[in-house]
Design a binder for this molecule. Structure first.
Ligand SMILES: [Zn+2]
Ligand SMILES: [Zn+2]
Length: 168
């Protein structure tokens, strides 16, 4: 019977190498999963154009908010175009398919990117559809819009004049 210790030197090295690679793969899997969850906790800033209420939320909370919006959006679409609504439901169920160029052509629908210019979220304070993605100043914490009313980018904090462009 050839146990581990009676194996030829070369075979033993091979086994050690395989075990080491296994461990390395496991470590990589753990590390990437950990960094994935920390990315989900990245703070996002949002601000209401109507009442100026501003807050930060985690990526996870934002996704939760978007999910609710998507459901309402699909209900609206369903009243006019049930077929399109069904495609959108499939898209939510299987978002990976939307990444694949072939099936993307086949699905041919997309969900709004909430918080952007055309797709405001409802403000948690005043309830108006005027809650947009914003920028939080890394220096003083002020939350401000990343673009002015003409759509031009704003990269200087209106409160402390911190310049996001030159400090990046
Ligand atoms: Zn508001
Ligand atoms: Zn500032």
């Amino acid at each position: 019977m050839a146990g581990f210790f009676t194996l030829q030197e070369g075979a033993r090295k091979k086994i050690i190498l395989i075990v080491a690679l296994f461990l390395l793969a496991a470590v990589i899997a753990i590390v990437t999963r950990r960094s994935g969850s920390s990315a989900a906790n990245t703070e996002m800033a949002l601000k209401c154009r109507a009442c100026k209420h501003a807050e930060t939320m985690t990526q996870e909370q934002f996704e939760e908010m978007s999910k609710r919006q998507n459901e309402m959006y699909i209900e609206q679409v369903a009243r006019q175009n049930p077929q399109r609504a069904e495609k959108l439901r499939q898209l939510i169920k299987n978002p990976d398919r939307a990444m694949d160029p072939m099936s993307r052509r086949e699905i041919n629908v997309s969900l709004p990117s909430w918080g952007t210019r055309d797709w405001p979220l409802p403000c948690p304070k005043c309830g108006k559809n005027a809650f947009f993605n914003a920028i939080q100043c890394p220096d003083c914490g002020e939350i401000f819009f990343g673009e002015d009313e003409h759509g031009r980018p704003v990269r200087i904090c209106p409160k402390c004049k911190y310049n996001l462009k030159s400090n990046k």
